[in-house]
Design a protein around this ligand. Sequence first.
Ligand SMILES: Nc1nc2c(ncn2[C@@H]2O[C@H](COP(=O)(O)OP(=O)(O)OP(=O)(O)O)[C@@H](O)[C@H]2O)c(=O)[nH]1
Ligand SMILES: [Mg+2]
Length: 330
Amino acid sequence: MAVNLPPQYHDAEARYKKGRTPEEKLAALREMWVILPKHKASEKVQADLKTKISELTDEIEQAKLGPKKAAPGSFKIPKQGAGQVVFLGPPNAGKSRLITRLTKATPTVAAYPFTTREPVPGMMDYEDVRVQLVDLPPITADLYEPFITDITRGADAAVLFLDLADDDGPAATQVVIDRLKEARRVLVREIPADDDPTTYSLRTLLVGNKADDEAADIRLEIAQEAIGVQFPLVVISAEQGTGLDALRKEIYNLLGVMRIYTKLPGKPPDMASPFTCPIGSSVAELAGRVHKEFEEGVKSARVWGSGAFDGQTVGRDHILRDKDVVELHL
Ligand SMILES: Nc1nc2c(ncn2[C@@H]2O[C@H](COP(=O)(O)OP(=O)(O)OP(=O)(O)O)[C@@H](O)[C@H]2O)c(=O)[nH]1
Ligand SMILES: [Mg+2]
């Protein structure tokens, strides 16, 4: 779908390109954001613009902190699988223990706080897809690794930890939420439609861990009043392995993606390795996932699956549904 951009947008874009300082560039980007029509056809442009605004805002703020406090090397974790989900939480809440339960990764698990110092990725299997989980260092009022700001921008969603074996658990999780907000990372149940481009909202699932503790119920009640209402909640014991099936499903759901199986003409579909794309994606968007150049090139498709579709030919703008089988015609 083509996006018709008003002439003022192009003027602002020219100012962005000519901008000599990050501040000038940011001002132009903000103008572009205001002018940009916000609808489905412009989603890609919106996303690119948001990323640029967010990156520049971070750059300007880190420069203000001076070279010493600015982020050292960044730890970029290349995305793999259906999406990337970061683990955020206070120290000792069981983030690393849970990663060892859900993936083959082996970060150190220890009975003292501040064990994890660097991001550790691992792949979680969920039915026929894989989701990338990233273990991170803890966040407290005094400790916030600057690279968490970078990593959370790249992530698709977050799991926020609540330690049900610690009386200070609910308060410690609230500190995590507040500290991230200072870094313009906002944990939310759903991304708001009028999302502020200078902040980065992350869809978040609250995980109450250590449900095996004898006073876990009381702490859960306290937490539910304070923070439980802000997010969907899953209660687990990483140590005993309870609640993990429900958790896998909720983590996958957080990504807001659907699975599409592709086939070649005259061949059976490839049911072993589906493509994943955002719920509501069109034939053209799926084609772009299969191969970058296919997004422009795809003309039609045959679709099996959703309701009435049993091999019907549809256009490139046809919206696909979860578990459709699709044959792309270029
Ligand atoms: N009782 C109980 N203990 C748990 C559970 N999950 C983790 N633990 C223990 O809690 C301690 C901390 O676990 P970690 O996984 O290292 O915690 P973390 O959140 O990664 O900690 P940092 O790396 O310091 O942020 C360890 O002693 C774990 O064995 C659980 O479900 N129940
Ligand atoms: Mg850890």
